[in-house]
Ligand binder design. Structure first.
Ligand code: HEM
Length: 159
């Protein structure tokens, strides 16, 4: 059961990272509506991931590193940076979403983002995503690496 939850958690976070990359690509091409949809999908998948991950922790399913000793330090540096930035990613994503939401409400449609009432929110949105996107990508990529490492070299601990 916990193993299945773990696999679904990985699937949702992989898809969330892909939706994020697609969403950034779409806004670079000026496709605002499609950008919004991709980012809502990315955020929803990341929320599902969080619920699955916390459920798995609640079930007491954990794996510890049992791989080559010479890689242990590198693995822990990766793991700790991943955990710290994963925690930071939640407020960063909420800040980006909140400003996009307020901006859309003020603009009424995504064709009007330069209306004075909306412009400030979208400027803030851009300022937030300058941090949100790299942090989210780092967390997604290191999360996939950690999963693959533990898949090959992990030992299940049951509390
Ligand atoms: C956490 C989720 C989101 C992330 C990570 C994100 C990321 C980005 C990025 C990277 C840019 C380009 C910034 C630049 O080129 O300087 C951008 C711009 C934009 N985003 Fe998002 N976005 C998110 C959610 C949304 C949502 C939900 C909406 C819809 C309301 C939205 C609407 C826009 C608009 C309209 C722009 C263009 C702003 C401008 O030209 O000034 N974004 N976003």
């Amino acid at each position: 059961m916990a193993e299945t939850i773990n696999q679904w958690a990985v699937i949702t976070i992989v898809l969330s990272g892909l939706a994020l990359i697609v969403g950034v690509y779409l806004i670079k091409r000026g496709l605002r509506e499609a950008h919004m949809r991709a980012m809502i999908v990315a955020s929803t998948l990341a929320t599902i991931f969080l619920v699955l991950y916390l459920t798995r922790l609640g079930l007491g399913y954990e794996k510890k590193y049992a791989g080559p000793e010479e890689w242990r330090t590198a693995y822990f540096v990766l793991l700790i940076s991943h955990i710290i930035l994963a925690a930071a990613n939640l407020p960063l994503a909420l800040g980006a979403l909140w400003n996009a939401y307020k901006g859309l409400k003020a603009a009424r449609t995504l064709n009007n983002i330069d209306l004075p009432a909306a412009r400030g929110y979208f400027n803030k949105h851009r300022a937030w995503v300058r941090w949100t996107v790299p942090v989210w990508l780092y967390v997604a990529v290191t999360g996939w690496i950690i999963y693959l490492v533990l898949h090959s070299y992990g030992e299940v601990i049951k509390s």
